[in-house]
Structures are given as C-alpha cells and as structure tokens.
Design a protein. Structure first.
Ligand SMILES: Cc1ncc(COP(=O)(O)O)c(C=O)c1O
Lengths: 151, 407
C-alpha cells in the first residue's frame, strides 16, 4: 500500500479544512459570484467575492464536494482575503503550477497552500483541487453569475 | 452442477494479474466495463493476422472470410438472446447507439405533441437523453415510472402511466446504479395489452443472466459488448423483424443500399439497412468470442458465483459504521453502491486505488437516481465471475482504512 503517497494528499491540513471549512458562508452583498461544477464528480460550489477597487475585501464559498475540493476552496478563501487582484493572480498561477507539477516560482511563498501540491501525484484529482480557483477566476472576470467546470 | 473454478478462469484474463500501486489489482468496476479473456483477445488478433478485409464487398478470399466471421458472430448473438432470426440482430457501437437508433427511426416518426414516452426513475443517462431529445423536437412528453426507497420500480400506478397517450416504453432490465433486476416480462405484457411497444436496455443484464427475447416478447433489446467481456465499440440492437422492416434507416451510406442513383436509392434489407458504412468487424468477432466464453463457463454457474460475492460483500459492508447501501432490491446483480458518512466517493475511490482496488465513484450516469436518494454521488463495487472472496475482503479492509483516515 502506498500510504506515504496517500498521506501527501490527505495531509492534516486538508482533513482539517474539509471538516471545518473556513469562510463557508453566503455573502449577501457580494459584488461577484460564480458557480463551479464538476459534473462527473458531483462537486458543486459557489464562490462569492467582494471587491473594493482591485482589492479582495472578502471572499467566501458554499457547496459540497470531496475533501480535496472543499479544503482547496477553504484554503483559497484564507489566502485571497485582503489581496490585490494582481497578487491573487500570481498566487493562482503558482498554485496551479504546483498542483500540476510544473515547477515553482522561488520568489513566491505559498505558505499553507503548499499542501495542495499533494494532488500532483493523483492526476484524476487535480480537477478537484483546481475547481474553486477556476471559479474565483471566473467570478472576477465576469460582471454576472457564471458557471465553470474543470471537466 | 459443480461450482466455478475461479482461479482457472482468472488465468484467462491476463489483465487481472498485475500490481497497481504496488498491490495486487482487484478489479471491481465491471459494471462500467469488463475485462477481456485471452480467447477474445486472440480472436481479434487472429482476425487481423489472417482474415482482415472489408465485409460484403469483395469476391476475394479474405473478404469472404471476414464476411463469414462477421455473420457468424451475428448468429452467436441471435442464439445468445434467443432471437428468432439472425436478421433481427443489428450491430451497433453499443447500447447508447442502439437506443438512439430506435428513438430516431422507430419512435420519433410516430410522435405527436400530446404523446408520451415512458421511462423509469432508475435509467442510465443513455436511456433518458435520447428520449428527451425527440420529445423536444416533437413536443411529446417524457413520463417516469417512480421507484421505492429499496430501489425497486414502484409499479402501483403503472396502469395510469401506460395510457392512450403513451407511444413507447423504454426501461432497463437491470439498473447500473442500483443493481436492481426489474420484472420486465410483466411490464412488457402490460404495455402490449395497450399496444405500446417496449425497448429493454439490457446493458447490465446480459453479463449476468440468461436473456430470452422471444420469451420476454420485448420489441427491442439493446446491449454493449464491453460490459460482457467483449471489446468496446461493438454492441447489438435486437428488434422484431416486422418492426425493423417498417423502420426507415437511420444513417445513409454504403452497405445499407441495394442501388443508388441520383434520383432514387433503394435500401437494403434488414439488418444491413441499419448498418451503413464499414462496420466494426473485429469488434463483432470479439463479441462472438466473448459469447463463446460465457457459454463455456455457463451463465448459471457464473451468476451463482457473483451472487455469493454480492451477499458476502453486502453483509460485511453493512457491518461498517457509517455505510449506507444504495439499492436494496430483493433481486439484484452484483452491483453494490454505497456511501460512507462524511466521506465523498472520490476520496474513497482514490484511497481504494492506492490499495489496488478499482471501483467506480461519482454519479454513475444516473443523476436522477442520486437525487432520489438525496446524494450527489456514491461509490460502487461491481462484480464479475472472475472476482474472488479475497477481493471482497480486500475491499472491506480498504474501506475500513478510509474510515480511519477520515475519523
Ligand atoms: C444500464 C445502462 N444502459 C446504457 C449504458 C450505455 O452503454 P454504452 O456506454 O456502452 O453505450 C450503460 C453503460 O454504463 C448502462 O449501464
């Protein structure tokens, strides 16, 4: 059995954020929102954003999915709150690189988000981890509610 | 009757003998697609090494051999489901294509805006979407036979659901998500009493039980080869001769015509009318070989072994705290869908894969079933005759590990 491999994926941080997702709430005064779906998995979440000029003043999510998608969304909300859109874009790019095993940018420290790199050994699960990130991207890029899927 | 020699059978399926993630593979995703015996693999290889040519087109030796092999497979399929005539067997890509063919060539031309098509709540998307498409095109309505919490069809209102607006009934013999074996003979009789034609989606039935289309008296019966130990890309549509003869062709091209001019084309007779273009010859040969294999093992012995696996796996799984089994019909094939409290099926699937165990996760192309049970997804272990009790135990042990990890 490949327990160490599994432990890379299901690290304590992931399990904790799955059990107690942060910023897991509706946002009535959101300025942007988007729906993210993985139809094949049944993962479905909504990401809410409140932008103040180019600063993410608040970000939250709701929905259901596997441990990886829920933990990734939870970690994402923590990481993006208070960031400028430019910084958020950099984080997004770096997280994506790490999840797909495409190397890292030495100048950007991801902190906690590093745990998401565990999915790179599980190609079928990358889409779970990226769902919330694609969704927040879509929310930022669009004035109205949009739907995205990573399948 | 002596029981199945599973270890001998496993030697015929080379793919089973491998390690996944460092552990002996336990392939428990047979309802999605089944594995192929060396006999099937060799039949296809031999065909390409020795006989390959187009069918029905050449006067030369190889074309004749190909044609003979292709038609011999049709005869095997006829025999396998006990159809009356070889020409009632049409080779298609699979169950999906067969359902679409019947929807477009048989049902759609008869549909008026107030008509109804009846399906059931436990259908695979392949037996929902084609009907929705022709309903959309004609203004007809799609009606649904409900189901019970056990995962059986609720037939209490069947007499109302089969009414004078109903033009067609299409239901599964066996549910892919629940394993339920439906009382289709009864339902077919009731539909026929009201002059309603019936298609049976047998994709999950043919690998596990004897099917006799004349006894069932269904009008159409469809299945896919890849779920019954044959290759992908081949399947069969059975239709009663009189119905097939009255139906317009679905696709146009070579093989399906008798003569073509720019003014007028005369269609070929059945089954060729529905087999436009060069067919999947090697696939049909593989399907024939798979039928030979099933017959050699014996469908009775095979299903008995699978039932033993199902009963044991169900009891052991149920004993695990947090497990809910989805689909508890009295009559089931070896399909075991379940949820584990607090754990998404994808996480179960990934962890089981690390233990060498292949199961299906997600919605199983049956989202209405998932919705009915108030879930978005489930894990599903599905057995074939080459599975063993040791594999059942490996499954149970691995699920216990999942619980520990998520505790
Ligand atoms: C009950 C049922 N019907 C139809 C299908 C579709 O079969 P195919 O994808 O081979 O056309 C499946 C496959 O999962 C099935 O289980």
């Amino acid at each position: 059995m490949n327990n160490s491999h599994l432990r890379d994926l299901y690290q304590q941080m992931i399990m904790d954020h799955n059990k107690k997702p942060r910023n897991f709430r509706n946002m009535v005064d959101a300025s942007h929102l988007a729906h993210g779906n993985n139809p094949l998995c049944g993962d479905a979440l909504i990401v809410y954003l409140k932008l103040n000029d180019d600063v993410i003043e608040d970000v939250s999510f709701q929905g259901s999915g596997c441990a990886i998608s829920v933990a990734s969304a939870s970690l994402m909300t923590e990481a993006l709150k208070g960031k400028t859109l430019a910084k958020a874009g950099d984080i997004y790019d770096e997280v994506h690189r790490q999840m797909t095993g495409k190397g890292t940018d030495q100048h950007l420290s991801l902190g906690k988000l590093k745990v998401l790199g565990g999915v790179k050994g599980f190609p079928a699960r990358v889409k779970c981890a990226t769902l919330s990130w694609h969704t927040v991207h879509a929310a930022i890029d669009s004035e109205c509610d949009v739907s995205v899927t990573t399948e | 009757m002596n029981s199945l020699d599973v270890l001998a059978i496993r030697k015929d399926f080379p793919i089973l003998n491998q390690q996944v993630n460092g552990i002996q593979l336990a392939y428990l995703d047979n309802a999605a697609s089944s594995q192929k015996s060396v006999q099937v693999i060799d039949a296809i290889t031999e065909y390409y090494r020795r006989d390959n040519a187009n069918v029905h087109r050449g006067v030369h030796q190889l074309s004749q051999r190909s044609t003979d092999a292709y038609e011999a497979s049709r005869e095997k399929v006829r025999n396998f489901i006990n159809a009356k005539f070889d020409k009632e067997i049409i080779f298609v890509r699979g169950a999906t294509e067969a359902i679409n063919l019947v929807a477009h060539s048989f049902v759609k031309p008869q549909l008026n805006p107030s008509d109804e098509i009846l399906i059931s709540h436990m259908e695979h998307h392949a037996n929902i979407v084609p009907w929705q498409m022709i309903c959309e095109q004609t203004g007809a309505q799609l009606k649904v036979i409900p189901m019970t919490l056990q995962g059986e069809l609720d037939l209490s209102n069947l007499d109302d659901l089969l009414n004078n607006k109903t033009k067609f009934l299409s239901i599964c013999h066996v549910s892919n998500a629940l394993g339920t074996v439906n009382p289709i003979k009864n339902i077919i009789t009731k539909a026929h009493a009201k002059n309603i034609s019936v298609l049976i989606d047998g994709a999950q039935a043919v690998p596990h039980m004897t099917v006799n289309v004349q006894d069932l008296n269904c009008d159409f019966y469809v299945f896919s080869g890849h779920k019954m130990f044959a290759p992908t890309g081949i399947g069969a549509l059975y239709g009663k001769q009189s119905l097939l003869e009255d139906m317009a062709p679905w696709q146009g091209g070579g093989d399906m015509i008798l003569s073509v001019s720019f003014e007028c084309t005369e269609y070929n007779e059945i089954p060729y009318k529905f087999e436009a273009g060069t067919p999947n010859i090697s696939g049909s040969i593989g399907l024939g070989a798979a039928i030979d294999y099933i017959n050699k093992v014996g469908i009775y012995r095979l299903s008995k072994h699978e039932q033993n696996l199902l009963v044991s796996a169900t009891a052991k799984l149920q004993a695990i705290e947090g497990i809910k089994i989805i689909g508890e019909a009295k009559e089931k094939v070896g399909v075991l869908s379940f949820t584990l409290k607090g754990v998404h099926s994808h996480d179960i699937g990934t962890i089981l894969d690390q233990h060498g165990i292949a199961i299906r996760t997600g919605h199983h192309c049956a989202q209405p079933v998932m919705k009915f049970f108030g879930i978005s997804d489930a894990a599903r272990a599905s057995f074939a005759f080459y599975n063993t009790m040791d594999e059942v135990d490996a499954l149970i042990q691995a699920i216990k590990k999942v619980r520990e990890l998520f505790a």
